[in-house]
Write a protein that binds this ligand. Structure first.
Ligand SMILES: NC(=O)c1ccc[n+]([C@@H]2O[C@H](COP(=O)([O-])OP(=O)(O)OC[C@H]3O[C@@H](n4cnc5c(N)ncnc54)[C@H](O)[C@@H]3O)[C@@H](O)[C@H]2O)c1
Length: 257
């Protein structure tokens, strides 16, 4: 099959991206807009979101913004409705907002645990419930999980468990929404320099360079586009080969365990 470049474009698509003011979310918002989508961007960081929206609009993009915390379900529902009313539908939902803090399980109290669960899991199900009624055949959901969903996450046990939960949810939802021709997939990044994670990161991956937010954004655009039209329930690992490497580490004389 000849590849038609325009088939990967997101012209006329309406894409919601959460956590869009910084890091992977901002890179995704820029990529979606560059490929022609109207972008509806959510973040609790009002100043960061306004700055990004202004830059995208200056480049000719159509932008809607919602300044709220994705843990606030009434705000999530109101935003889904507002986007659907403005654009008539939603084609793409990227559940990217999330994060964690370093603490061993025995140091994490119930309040901290609840915050992690609401930030990384409950917000995702709330967004999906709010947005899917405005989707149609051909729409796509991309959830941002992590390499920590697929290996141990010492110091981030609850965060890792919630990312695993989202990976599992992705598979179940792919089956539930498959008959409606709505696809559901994940990207699972390894450490990517962002404001949330820090910018100084040692390179230990088989691919001998640092991953960038744009690498993750490109994978998200692929999964959201018709190029991935028969891909659902999958995880695309954007990790420079780190999960495949498992215990292997690149050393001066080749790989070592
Ligand atoms: N950077 C990495 O190394 C890495 C690796 C694997 C997975 N991830 C995942 O990728 C996603 C983005 O990570 P990042 O490193 O770009 O983060 P970041 O902290 O650099 O940016 C996250 C953005 O989301 C917003 N946000 C966070 N929680 C929110 C909430 N509850 N409501 C509204 N907005 C919220 C923040 O204000 C910020 O603008 C997260 O889900 C994270 O778990 C990141």
């Amino acid at each position: 099959m000849a590849l038609e470049p325009e088939r990967i474009l997101l012209d006329d698509r309406v894409a919601i991206v959460t956590g869009a003011a910084a890091g992977i979310g901002a890179a995704t918002a820029r990529a979606m807009a560059r490929f022609g989508a109207a972008v509806a961007l959510v973040d609790r960081d009002q100043a960061g979101l306004r700055e990004l929206a202004a830059a995208l609009e200056a480049d000719g993009a159509t932008v809607e913004t919602g300044v709220f915390d994705v843990r606030d379900e009434p705000e999530v529902v109101a935003f889904g409705t507002a986007v659907a009313e403005r654009f008539g539908r939603v084609d793409i939902l990227v559940n990217n907002a999330g994060g964690g803090f370093k603490a061993d399980l025995l140091e994490t109290n119930a309040k901290g645990q609840d915050a992690l669960i609401r930030e990384n899991f409950t917000s995702v199900t709330a967004m999906i419930r709010a947005v899917v009624p405005h989707m149609h055949a051909g729409s796509a959901i991309v959830n941002v999980t992590s390499i920590e969903a697929h290996r141990a996450a010492p110091g981030y046990a609850i965060y890792g468990a919630m990312k695993s939960a989202v990976a599992s949810l992705t598979k179940s939802l792919a089956l539930e929404l498959g008959p409606r021709q709505i696809r559901v997939n994940c990207v699972a990044p390894d450490v990517i320099p962002t404001p949330g994670i820090g910018m100084e990161i040692a390179v230990k991956t088989p691919l001998p360079r640092r991953g960038q937010a744009d690498d993750v954004a490109a994978a998200i655009v692929f999964l959201a586009s018709d190029m991935a039209g028969f891909v659902t329930g999958s995880t695309l690992h954007v990790d420079g080969g780190n999960l495949a490497a498992s215990g292997w580490r690149r050393g001066p004389d080749g790989y070592e365990t």
